[in-house]
Design a protein around this ligand. Structure first.
Ligand SMILES: Cc1cc2nc3c(=O)[nH]c(=O)nc-3n(C[C@H](O)[C@H](O)[C@H](O)COP(=O)(O)OP(=O)(O)OC[C@H]3O[C@@H](n4cnc5c(N)ncnc54)[C@H](O)[C@@H]3O)c2cc1C
Length: 341
């Protein structure tokens, strides 16, 4: 969120400085570990319509935002494929009902398409006939989060933005016309309602697997997914555990994630585990994002939870309206209150 906002402000002619607790690789950011799926309808099963609307906004805004970057970033909108094993059929039917309810509330969302085994095999030939039913959520997308973080950084440097690495700050430490606090969980001390939701993901290299789109597997505890990134790299995630524990991935989680991947495509049997990563999602009590004004011209943008990439363009556009006009019509459209601390 910070890099995106800093670049937009620099482009608008402001002199911008970024203070970052970590280094250029964004090693302390949830953004580095995320799968960066842009799946508003799929997420509607676990979030509010306001987030879905912000996600719809994001899907159209990302290509515009990326067009302003000199370095190309992988982005696709081939839809999300939802699959389930026979034992999870009742969970899948509940999930399907939730999606149908969201589509009724937001008719601009493309309706899910029901798939049989043949239709699944046509969409994803390498999955074959393993699944007898599925759903395609058309138009949903994903991007390459690490590619985006690098491309934003290069653009920031080119725009002359001063990047202060290994420089943790609090809003009151910074003396500037405007201050934007995008510290995620780093803001917890000043925003005690923030909590951490642990997520674990694996990055696999699987030359024998081809997937055209993210695949989600209905699961009784959390939605498991396989997000194909460039170079036959697959992000397999993610657990969702109410904890600020940042220790390495547990055996249980790795078994669950790897079994899920293998059950979708046997080619994952020969994949190489490039990385297992743990990060925590910055989350507010209602699991919704928020903008808080702690002083005139000092804004905190936080609580992006599991939707940071999905909703960052919407949050960005709201903040830019606040800077330019002192109020935001978009915020009202997204049901996003500008809180006063
Ligand atoms: C496992 C996992 C999977 C996810 N998958 C998805 C997904 O598929 N789609 C999606 O939309 N979202 C996903 N997310 C959520 C997304 O990553 C977050 O919502 C998003 O990264 C939050 O952005 P942020 O900028 O607020 O926080 P962060 O990305 O955490 O960035 C905060 C930055 O602030 C810095 N910082 C902290 N303290 C200080 C300080 N005192 N001074 C200066 N800098 C500081 C940190 O070093 C960090 O660089 C996922 C998250 C996880 C953990």
């Amino acid at each position: 969120m910070g890099r995106l906002l800093a670049l937009a402000l620099a482009r608008a002619g402001h002199a911008v400085q970024v203070f970052e607790a970590g280094g250029p690789e964004a090693e302390g950011a949830a953004a580095r570990v995320a799968a960066a799926m842009l799946a508003p309808l799929a997420e509607s099963a676990i979030t509010e319509t306001s987030v879905v609307q912000m996600g719809q906004h994001g899907l159209t805004r990302w290509p515009e935002l990326m067009a302003e970057l000199d370095t190309p970033v992988f982005f696709q909108r081939n839809g999300t494929l939802i699959l389930w094993h026979r034992q999870d059929a009742s969970e899948a039917s509940r999930f399907g009902q939730q999606l149908a309810a969201t589509c009724q509330q937001l008719p601009s969302l493309p309706a899910p398409q029901h798939l049989d085994a043949a239709a699944i095999a046509t969409l994803e030939p390498t999955i074959g006939n393993r699944f007898s039913q599925g759903l395609l959520l058309p138009g949903e997308g994903q991007l390459d989060n690490r590619g985006l973080l690098n491309a934003l950084l290069l653009q920031l440097q080119q725009a002359g933005v001063a990047m202060h690495w290994h420089s943790p700050r609090q809003p009151e430490d910074v003396h500037s016309d405007w201050v934007f606090d995008c510290r995620g969980l780093g803001a917890s001390e000043q925003w005690p309602a923030l909590r951490a939701v642990r997520g674990e993901v694996l990055r696999l290299h699987a030359p024998g697997v081809e997937l055209q789109r993210p695949v989600r597997l209905v699961h009784p505890r959390y939605p498991l997914y396989i997000a194909p990134k460039p170079g036959n790299v697959f992000v397999v995630g993610a657990t969702e555990i109410e904890s600020d524990d940042m220790s390495p991935m547990s055996v249980r989680s790795s078994l669950e994630l790897l079994s899920a991947a293998y059950s979708v495509h046997s080619g994952f049997g020969e994949a190489r585990i490039l990385e297992s990563a743990t990060q925590c999602r910055p989350t507010l009590p209602n699991n919704l994002p928020a903008i808080r004004r702690i002083k005139p011209r000092t804004l905190q943008i936080n609580g992006l939870y599991r939707h940071g990439f999905l909703i960052a363009p919407a949050m960005l556009d709201v903040v830019l309206e606040l800077v330019q006009h002192g109020a935001s019509a978009l915020a009202a459209q997204f049901d996003l209150a500008i809180e006063e601390a």
